[in-house]
Design a protein around this ligand. Structure first.
Ligand SMILES: [Zn+2]
Length: 309
C-alpha cells in the first residue's frame, strides 16, 4: 500500500493524503476562505515553505481525518509531491510569474529541511502544476502508459504533460502570431499564446471591459469582442496544432479557472484547418472541471514515480 501526500499551490494551497492514489480524508485548504484572493502573493518565500510544512505535518498527524486513527506514522509516508505554478527544475523554482517571491527558491531542499524539524523525512518532489494535472488525469483514467497533455487556462496559460519528459515545455509562451503589436504576455515576449489568452493579458488589451464582459458581449454579437474571442480560440488551436505536429495526435485536456471561456466546437473547427495530415487528425479534445483533486492526485503520482525511479 502506498501513502503519499499531495500539495497544490495555485492562488491557494490545498493538501491531502493519498492512499493507493486515492484521496483519503479531508483536503486542507489555505486560506480557509475561498473568497480571499491574492493571499499567497503577500507571503515571503520562507514563510510559505513553513506554511507548507505545517499543512503536511497536520495531515501526518491525522488532523484532517475523521478521528485519531487517521494518524499516520511519519515513516509510512512514501513520498510528498508539491505542484507549483512555474518553471521547475531539480526541485528549484526557476521562474514563477504568478508567485514572484518564489523565483529561485530551492523548494525541495527547503521543504525537506522544514519537514525534518517536524519529524518527517519522506522524499519531497516538486512538479509544475500543469504537469501534475496531466499526471492526475492519466492516473484517474488508467492511462499512465499514454501521452496526456493538458492546457490550463487562468491568469497565465500552462501546458502540462505526462509522462514526465526532460525539457522546459513552456507551452503558454509558444509564439502563435508574427504581429508585432501582440505584446501583452507577462514574460514580455512578442506574439505569445499567453499574451492573447491569459486573464491578465486580456485586461491589458481591453482596458474598458473585463474578460468576462468580452466573452459575454461576443455572444450577443459585438463585433470587436466576437473578433477577439475568435482570435483567442485560433491562438489555442495554433499552439495545440504545433504540439500535434511535434509529438503526434492524442488526447488534449483543457482546465483552469477560466476554462468556461472555451468553446470546444470553435476550437476544433480552427484546429481542423491547421492539422491537415491524415495520420495526425485522430486527436481528441476534452474539458475538465477546475478543482484541486486531480492536481493533488497528480502531485502524489509524480512524487511516487520520481521516488521509484
Ligand atoms: Zn510569454
Amino acid at each position: 500500500m502506498t501513502t503519499a501526500i499531495g500539495v497544490v499551490i495555485t492562488d491557494h494551497i490545498a493538501a491531502a493524503r493519498l492512499e493507493e492514489l486515492q484521496l483519503a480524508g479531508k483536503v486542507l485548504r489555505y486560506p480557509g476562505d475561498p473568497d480571499q484572493v491574492g493571499a499567497l502573493e503577500a507571503i515571503p518565500d520562507s514563510e510559505l515553505v513553513d506554511l507548507l510544512a505545517q499543512q503536511i505535518k497536520s495531515l501526518a498527524d491525522g488532523k484532517a481525518g475523521p478521528d485519531k486513527a487517521d494518524r499516520i506514522d511519519a515513516d509510512r509516508i512514501d513520498a510528498i509531491g508539491v505542484a507549483v505554478p512555474g518553471f521547475v527544475r531539480s526541485g528549484v523554482i526557476e521562474e514563477s510569474p504568478n508567485l514572484p517571491q518564489m523565483k529561485g527558491t530551492r523548494l525541495a531542499d527547503q521543504l525537506t529541511a522544514a519537514l525534518k524539524e517536524r519529524g518527517i523525512s519522506a522524499p519531497v518532489h516538486i512538479a509544475n502544476d500543469a504537469d501534475a494535472i496531466a499526471a492526475g488525469v492519466a492516473a484517474t483514467r488508467g492511462r499512465l502508459d499514454k501521452l496526456t497533455r493538458v492546457w490550463t487556462i487562468g491568469n497565465g496559460i500552462g501546458y502540462g504533460r505526462w509522462p514526465h519528459a526532460e525539457g522546459v515545455w513552456e507551452g503558454g509562451h509558444i509564439t502563435v502570431t508574427l504581429d508585432p503589436k501582440e505584446r501583452y504576455c507577462g514574460c514580455g515576449g512578442i506574439g505569445h499564446l499567453e499574451g492573447i489568452m491569459g486573464y491578465r493579458a486580456m485586461r491589458l488589451r481591453f482596458l474598458d471591459l473585463e474578460p468576462e464582459e468580452v466573452f459575454a458581449n461576443a455572444k450577443t454579437g459585438d463585433v470587436r469582442c466576437r473578433h477577439f474571442v475568435d482570435l483567442w480560440h485560433r491562438a489555442l488551436a495554433a499552439a495545440t496544432a504545433s504540439f500535434i505536429h511535434l509529438a503526434g495526435p492524442g488526447r488534449f485536456y483543457f482546465t483552469g479557472k477560466n476554462v468556461d471561456f472555451l468553446e470546444l466546437p470553435l476550437l476544433r473547427t480552427h484546429l481542423e484547418t491547421m492539422v491537415r495530415m491524415s495520420p495526425l487528425q485522430s486527436f481528441s479534445l476534452e474539458t475538465l472541471a477546475s478543482d484541486d483533486e486531480i492536481a493533488l492526485i497528480g502531485a502524489g503520482v509524480s512524487a511516487l514515480r520520481a521516488v521509484s525511479r
